[in-house]
Design a protein around this ligand. Sequence first.
Ligand SMILES: Cc1cc2nc3c(=O)[nH]c(=O)nc-3n(C[C@H](O)[C@H](O)[C@H](O)COP(=O)(O)OP(=O)(O)OC[C@H]3O[C@@H](n4cnc5c(N)ncnc54)[C@H](O)[C@@H]3O)c2cc1C
Length: 457
Amino acid sequence: MSLADLNARVRHDLATLNIGAFAEPSDGIYDVIIVGGGQSGLGAAFGLLRERVSQVLVLDENPAGYEGPWETYARMVTLRTPKHLTAIDFAMPSLTFRAFWEAQHGSEGWEAIDKIPRGDWMAYLRWYREILNIPLRNDTRVDLVEPADGLYVVRAGTQRFKARKVVLATGIQGGGEWHVPPLIADALPPHLYAHTSQPIDFAALQGKRIAILGGGASAFDNAHHALTEGVAEAHVFVRRNTLPTVNPIRHMEAAGFIARFPALNDADKYAVMSSFFQRNQPPTNDTFARAAAMPGFHLHLGAPWHAVEHTGDGATVTTLQGRHDFDFLIVSTGLITDPALRLELRLVESGIRRWKDVYAAPDDIANDLIDNHPYLSPGFAFTGRTPSDEAKLRGLYAFNYSALISCGLSASALSGLKYALPKLASGIADDLFRDDSAGKLAAYYAYDEPEFTGVAS
Ligand SMILES: Cc1cc2nc3c(=O)[nH]c(=O)nc-3n(C[C@H](O)[C@H](O)[C@H](O)COP(=O)(O)OP(=O)(O)OC[C@H]3O[C@@H](n4cnc5c(N)ncnc54)[C@H](O)[C@@H]3O)c2cc1C
């Protein structure tokens, strides 16, 4: 089996399943514009095509082949998730990562790998886009989504696109922004620190001492990567006295939480996610072991940063354990989710219903971060605070990490995509059909094309 054979198999499967091709709208109005050409955006496009919604366009700010974090700011050696997880194949075996890998490395090659190498995951996404002919325009940063007479005008610089529906498949940070604590941002010039989501010039850090703030997988991935790139010392600082050992996602995967989370009532959804935020996720064993095995690796537990000072051409960090001097800081403190932080939503965000508008959590689990999440429909649509807000928002879908509280681990995590993508696609197809129901119904009632031509003798 070769990749050419696999491509032929995919094309045959598509024909066998009567899945057609994407199309350009004759009136210049797309059925759906998807902002974001990562795995979620690509999967959403194919999901819509399977629902016979073909006038779709995907827009992404990155150059072709560099959508998402995989070959930009992700610095892990392999994906963290188990290799057998399927995500964007819609149960078509020929479209799975395994089929893509086996076409190149054989079934023994599949048996031989533990986890999916990061670069190969990106290669798979490039192949997926190509074999499905997904209409993706790169180097196109959307800066405004404007409701206009029942449609949306999607603005990207001087470009304007019109669509009936808009999906924001804008990634983990797509519902808010990556977060650098003011403790650091207010104390240091930008050249002395970077968030893990930013480009970092590791060549310029060779032989240097760096500090990394955070205890999640990205902190250890960055420590390992930095030391591999020649940094002399990488000190990881973690607030907790011990690293979490339990990964709640593993239980969620096994216990059906990922597929069935939307079935929970609001109180349970809130409580589960409040616990999820509390518990956090440990680094994977291989990521931690790789970093900890590196000479120059240092782990500081129970060491939150109390102060950061700009000293000479470096930074001094103060913890309970004392003062530490570094040449550069890497910030691995995750993100904040709130539609108010999204430029493209500035015309509509004040009308977006948040969880705090719908559910008053008990004090012991109340969490501001959760309260600011949008309160989405089961189909990932924003909901409005007022009827006029609702009218502006009902064609706008948040298929990114901000869907976490309303829809569970769905977008922005491999384990949730296979459940979430079909819901998104069929929900949008239903909405488009409903929007045009008057026309559809009229055509149905008027339909009188004879089929039976038999003549009784
Ligand atoms: C470092 C890292 C490692 C991860 N590892 C794993 C893992 O091992 N397993 C797992 O299941 N999950 C993992 N995740 C979580 C998740 O799977 C990834 O975040 C994944 O990239 C999400 O896919 P996505 O398509 O939703 O978003 P992305 O892949 O981020 O794609 C979104 C795209 O939208 C673009 N975009 C955003 N805003 C705009 C705009 N306004 N205009 C135009 N384009 C825009 C972005 O630049 C990006 O290209 C990881 C996340 C990170 C950050």
